[in-house]
Write a protein that binds this ligand. Structure first.
Ligand SMILES: Cc1cc2nc3c(=O)[nH]c(=O)nc-3n(C[C@H](O)[C@H](O)[C@H](O)COP(=O)(O)O)c2cc1C
Length: 289
């Protein structure tokens, strides 16, 4: 079997050692493993130009790394999505890779599972599974949300998430899961439970973060502006795609009375640039307001 591992570990750690052992275990059984350490690949953020659908169909022209990743994924029999959790969600490094999967599907839509999904570009897509490393405070509910979300992403990429495992599972157990196709339905819940809302009375000062990779030109800041008009408040806005301003953005978050974070869906979740911002907020975890 040809197995591709997308390693979204942002820094060398025990997680890499786990993947090395996994690789040896699979290679010992005669399988061919290609591991891409995304942190070293030189991927750039997807900026939502859609050229991979309109100008160079099927190809992201922004960096060779995206094309190499696309080839490694689409030519595999199985792809493992692997990353430690950071601030409750797989790393920004892995999310950067996911955002660059767009060329693998067509812009056109079809009905699948009674829902609108993209048309496939390739005849065959790999089976997929996910491996994460828990944080100290990871709960079963966190893992359930991640499973729901990434099994939706798998469906969008014309495949099925066969498992979501943590590094608590030994390497032998994970390698068996990779080598044994799982029949059966998708792992996501059909009807996610509604999350209860909360009444708020917004303060005078609003701090708004625009997570659109298209920055000021995106749809998101238009919607954020309308929202702020609805509250009748002045606001300051920070465009997260201006990544050189990350330190200032973090300070603005620290000093804010009320924060709004707006972003477009990118492969069913936040764009990678938003995840980078959220990870930069880690020092404030658990802080009293
Ligand atoms: C890489 C990528 C992934 C996307 N994934 C989704 C998705 O999972 N679901 C969805 O409804 N739209 C998805 N979209 C569409 C964007 O959410 C949509 O174009 C949005 O209007 C962009 O907002 P912006 O102009 O503020 O950046 C995706 C677009 C891109 C470029």
């Amino acid at each position: 079997m040809k197995i591709t591992v997308l390693n979204g570990n942002p820094n060398p750690s025990n997680f890499d050692r786990y993947l090395e052992n996994l690789r040896s275990s699979l290679e010992d059984k005669g399988h061919v493993v290609t591991q891409l350490d995304l942190r070293e690949l030189g991927l750039k953020y997807c900026i939502g130009c859609f050229d991979c659908w309109t100008k160079t169909p099927g190809i992201c022209d922004s960096d060779e790394a995206s094309r190499a990743m696309g080839r490694a994924v689409i030519n595999s029999d199985f792809t493992l999505w692997a990353a430690p959790l950071k601030m409750g969600f797989p790393s920004a490094t892995l999310k950067m890779g996911f955002d660059k999967h767009l060329p693998l599907i067509h812009p056109y839509m079809v009905v699948d599972q009674g829902e609108a999904h993209h048309l496939k570009r390739y005849e065959k897509y790999p089976r997929v599974g996910m491996l994460v490393e828990r944080e100290e405070d990871t709960t079963d509910q966190d893992l359930k949300i991640i499973t729901d979300l990434f099994s939706r992403t798998a469906l969008n990429f014309k495949t099925k998430l066969e498992f979501m495992e943590t590094t608590d599972l030994d390497v032998g157990g994970l390698s068996n899961k990779i080598l044994t196709p799982r029949e059966g339905p998708h792992l996501y819940q059909k009807k996610p439970a509604p999350i209860p809302g909360e009444k708020i009375s917004p303060p005078e000062r609003m701090t708004v973060f625009n997570g659109s990779p298209r920055g000021k030109k995106g749809n998101t800041p238009i919607m954020l502006d309308e929202l702020m008009k609805g509250f009748g408040r002045d606001y300051e806005i920070h465009h997260l795609i201006m990544v050189k301003g990350l330190e200032d953005q973090v300070e603005a978050f620290r000093d804010a009375d009320c924060v709004w974070l707006g972003f477009p869906l990118y492969t069913d979740g936040m764009p990678a640039v938003v995840k980078t911002f959220i990870e930069a907020l880690e020092p404030f975890k658990g802080r009293e307001n």
